[in-house]
Design a protein around this ligand. Structure first.
Ligand SMILES: [Ca+2]
Ligand SMILES: [Ca+2]
Ligand SMILES: [Ca+2]
Length: 280
């Protein structure tokens, strides 16, 4: 509906429906240049026209002369086309802002503009504003400006943490880089714990992982073993520590003990899955 109205207005403006007092149709050709405005179409022609404070001969923005107005951190000369150069870093612009070395009007170029806070990537941040800003890895901690983060807070490196350990994205009480260990186990974020039995460890360092897609799973005791159903030789091959041939077909596979949840008989050492539980 709105689009239709706008289109209608556009058509009318373009002269689709001549009114009584319209001038006679232009017979000199070049209908494409219609419109009596003129001012807008001359921006970018390199000539300073009425309403333009600069014209650098292009219609690119952010180069010192944008839409034929001088950018906040530039000065443009009287040449045609205008030649625009960045103001000095530190010059004032737009209210309380300041020009940086590349002609952008920014909040800060160093900590001096940040009233006790710090300047990071042109913007002020603070280590006591209850906000994760600047290069902080968690609220008001981590990064290169604030204090270290406590256990359980988000980090990107050990240097962000009081504990010196950053594992699974949080400050951890230990390096926690062994198989099927995680510092992000629900309910114990920041503590290194074994990943629950049958779950995966997406990565435990040095590019290693314990993945179902590779036929492996966590034992629940901080080790990774072959997953239920995978062929095995001995009990210790398996995350379940249980290697049997329940179907007596001559092939041993990792299986679950009685009492564990199952979805098929072959998952159980007893070859009996009853009501979703391995049974005798
Ligand atoms: Ca112009
Ligand atoms: Ca320009
Ligand atoms: Ca902060």
């Amino acid at each position: 509906m709105t689009l239709a109205l706008a289109l209608g207005a556009l058509m009318a403006a373009l002269g689709g429906c001549p009114a009584e007092n319209d001038p006679p149709p232009d017979t000199t050709g070049g209908a494409g240049n219609g419109g009596s405005g003129g001012m807008a179409s001359s921006c970018g022609d390199g000539v300073l026209d009425m309403g333009e404070t600069c014209d650098d001969g292009n219609n690119a923005d952010g180069d010192g002369c944008s839409a034929c107005a001088v950018d906040a951190c530039y000065t443009c000369d009287a040449n045609a086309p205008s030649v625009c150069t960045p103001k000095a870093a530190g010059d004032a612009c737009e209210d309380t802002k300041i020009c940086n070395a590349t002609g952008q009007c920014v909040e800060c170029i160093d900590n001096a503009q940040c009233g006790g806070g710090y300047c990071f990537q042109d913007a002020c941040a603070s280590c006591d504003d209850n906000t994760k800003n600047g290069d902080e890895t968690d609220v008001d901690c981590g990064g290169t400006h604030c204090g270290l983060c406590d256990q359980g807070k988000t980090c990107v490196a050990g240097a962000d943490c009081t504990s010196t350990f950053c594992a699974d994205g949080v400050c951890c009480d230990a390096a926690c880089d062994g198989a099927c260990l995680s510092c992000g186990v629900a309910g114990a974020i920041g503590e290194c714990n074994a990943i629950p039995k049958y779950a995966e460890d997406p990565s435990y360092g040095m590019g290693e992982a314990c993945l179902a897609s590779e036929g492996e799973e966590c034992s629940g005791a901080g080790t990774c073993g072959k997953a239920v159903g995978q062929e095995c030789m001995t009990n210790t091959d398996c995350a379940t520590l249980n290697c049997k041939d329940p179907e007596m077909d001559g092939t041993k596979a990792c299986v679950k003990a009685n009492g564990e949840p199952c979805s098929a008989a072959g998952e159980c050492a007893s070859n009996n899955c009853m009501d979703g539980v391995c049974a005798m």
